[in-house]
Design a binder for this molecule. Structure first.
Ligand code: F3S
Length: 390
């Protein structure tokens, strides 16, 4: 792989920078990259203690100790607890202590502690065709598809290395020739809610795996609905880029593609597959992390009511500031719910907190909860879930 003088010098820099550069070169060689490309930002995953455990914690502390420092804006994926209100929400103390050490290590490296899977809503909005090194699968999908930026689905270490060095090997979705759609998905069913988009994504991800779908027949979709669609496809499959004809950038393609239909039958079948439980003992909205619009929806539904079971709205700390200012948090908390920041039901240790069945409107969470969190799932719309909990 061709390296500039600056890149070559990093291979002799010693310490964390040299290790980061060696990792990038190794990955570039594996994937056949011809050169590196500068990145506008990085997004580091592998944050929750539940995912990385003691080995990950020790690695991060050691790496920070060695002087690892990011050189481009680098943002953080969700942690395993609400970093401030963890006691109130009920996250276990021993877990919280370890989690806080992980966060300290990232802070030392200069990483912005957003602890969110929606960096694009929080001051890290990439531009069209900007190269990135992001790692959270739903954020990767959003950046590539809705914004038209260019990022592979990085692993935690490679995103961190890119954040330190400021570039990433140019391969995969950084190259235009690898961004052509493979399938056309004809959506005949009218999609109304974000959960409908999540359901569609869950189905399509399972069929196309890591290929690139181009959707036709979707006339309208909000930003929240597109985030739900991409997140679900990244979880049930490994889709990192999709197109929606007329709605997302570069969605005009003339090539003849293998075509799949999505209508009532697939919709109902997928709904049956996702619904493995009957009565949720925890209801969670906010996967990917809730936008201010979604938090407002929940607060409107809860106004003057009280919840009969734990109800979380998972979001970023930054979004909660808006929610506080708008009075949404107060309404949700008065009803007995929680606006839970910095984490979500998948990366927090809910299985150790006595929960067995989660109500979710997310096609991504529905894919992960059974395996990763040993949960049954009730999959429904935000409205039905919130009304059912109150
Ligand atoms: Fe985000 Fe957690 Fe869902 S990280 S995309 S809320 S599984």
């Amino acid at each position: 792989m061709y390296l500039t003088k600056e890149q070559e010098s990093l291979l002799r820099a010693g310490g964390a920078r040299q290790k980061a550069m060696e990792l990038l070169v190794k990955l570039g060689d594996i994937y056949g990259a011809e050169e590196m490309v500068p990145v506008g930002s990085a997004q580091a995953a592998g944050v929750s203690y539940k995912s990385i455990g003691d080995p990950g914690l020790e690695f991060l502390e050691g790496f920070a100790e060695e002087g690892a420092k990011v050189s481009v804006p680098t943002f953080l994926n969700p942690a395993g607890i609400d970093l401030i209100d963890w006691k109130d929400v009920g996250f276990p103390q021993a877990f919280a202590e370890k989690q806080k050490r992980i966060i300290s290590a990232f802070r030392k490296m200069g990483i912005v502690l957003t602890a969110s899977c929606t960096p694009y809503l929080l001051g890290n909005l990439p531009r069209y065709k900007e190269h990135l090194a992001w790692s959270e699968s739903s954020a990767v999908s959003f950046a590539n598809s809705v914004i038209g930026a260019r990022t592979n689905r990085e692993g935690g270490p490679s995103a961190l290395a890119a954040g330190i060095c400021g570039f990433t090997p140019k391969h995969g979705l950084h190259l235009d020739e690898n961004r052509k759609p493979d399938y056309m998905i004809n959506v005949e069913k009218k999609l109304e809610t974000s959960s409908d988009f999540g359901l569609l994504g869950n189905y399509v991800g399972g069929v196309v795996k890591d290929k690139i779908p181009l959707f036709t027949g979707i006339k309208r979709a909000s930003t929240d609905q597109l985030k739900a669609l991409g997140a679900a496809m990244a979880a049930s499959g490994a889709v990192a880029l999709y197109y929606v004809e007329g709605l997302t950038p570069d969605s005009d393609w003339d090539e003849k593609l293998e075509t799949l239909e999505f209508g009532d039958e697939n919709y109902e079948k997928t709904k049956d597959v996702l619904n493995t439980g009957e009565e949720p003992d925890l209801v969670v909205i906010g996967c990917p992390h809730a936008s201010i619009t979604e938090i407002r929806k929940v607060s409107r539904l809860l106004k003057g009511k009280s919840v009969k079971k734990p109800l979380w709205v998972c979001t970023s700390r930054a979004m909660k500031v808006w929610s506080d200012k708008m009075g949404f948090t107060k309404i949700i908390e008065k009803a007995g719910g929680h606006v839970v920041c910095d984490t979500c039901m998948v990366v927090s240790p809910i299985e150790d907190m006595g929960f067995k069945c989660v109500g979710t409107n997310s096609g991504k969470a529905a894919a992960y909860l059974p395996g990763f969190c040993k949960q049954k799932v009730v999959f429904s719309s935000l409205k039905e879930l919130v009304e059912g909990a109150s």
